[in-house]
Design a protein around this ligand. Structure first.
Ligand SMILES: [Zn+2]
Length: 235
């Protein structure tokens, strides 16, 4: 696992928006890897503002998906971004599995990852069980920050990331991760939305494109860190 290294770093970004192009250029510059969770039925749609943030939220174009995300992992985020907890089992399977299949066709390889869409309670035990048993998804990320570098050992279908890009703890977690020299495995798993780097109403830690690039530079080029997509880290 992790090519024999004790530490692993991965990123997970949701919604498949145009700002992902700028984000991927930064990740590529520093040799970092991420997973991008895309709503296939919303591709090509344009919108301003999301979750109360006044930022551009334009979705990437369907024909550009394979090219934009090359070298990273594309994962499911449901067709239309509903609250899965409010849907029937059958509707959940349709939202997840049809998204997974559409994205697999678009990127030319089988998509097996997923991030639950929506803020707040966006999954529960029933949803996770349906996804695990009735779809081709092999892991699913939640939006619950653990603020811990210890890899989760239980269900891959309720996988909690370490932190969100706007969590104020992100800076101390990066420092803790980089300075760790012990023998236990440590995982730094950061999630967010690339449009959050544009600024907006909700930004408790002052994160922006420049600060994020500084973090990437700091995290890059370490011989003791495995840099992988969510799938490469978890499966
Ligand atoms: Zn989302």
């Amino acid at each position: 696992m992790w090519q024999g290294k004790k530490k692993a770093l991965t990123f997970s970004f949701d919604d498949g928006v145009r700002q992902d192009v700028r984000l991927i250029a930064i990740l590529n510059k520093y040799g970092l890897k991420g997973t991008f969770n895309v709503n296939s039925a919303l591709l090509g749609k344009n919108a301003l503002g999301y979750y109360g943030m006044t930022v551009r939220h334009d979705k990437v174009d369907r024909r550009q998906v394979a090219g934009i995300y090359e070298g990273h992992e594309i994962a499911a985020h449901t067709l239309t971004h509903p609250f899965l907890t409010k849907l029937t089992d059958e509707e959940i399977v349709n939202e997840v599995e049809e998204d997974r299949k559409a994205l697999s066709a678009l990127c030319g390889k089988e998509v097996v990852g997923m991030a639950y869409p929506g803020g707040g309670t966006n999954y529960d035990e029933r949803v996770a069980k349906v996804v695990a048993e009735k779809t081709g998804v092999r892991y699913a990320r939640t939006i619950v920050s653990t603020l811990s570098l210890s890899p989760q050992r239980d269900s891959l279908f309720c996988y909690h990331p370490t932190c969100h890009v706007l969590d104020k703890e992100i800076f101390s977690l990066v420092d803790e991760f980089l300075s760790y020299e012990g023998e236990t495995e440590k995982l730094l798993y950061i999630w967010g939305h690339s449009y959050e780097f544009d600024g907006g109403a909700v930004n408790p830690n002052g994160m922006d494109w420049e600060i994020f690039e500084d973090l990437c530079r700091k995290l890059s080029g370490r011989a003791d860190v495995f840099y992988g997509t969510n799938g490469e880290i978890l499966l």
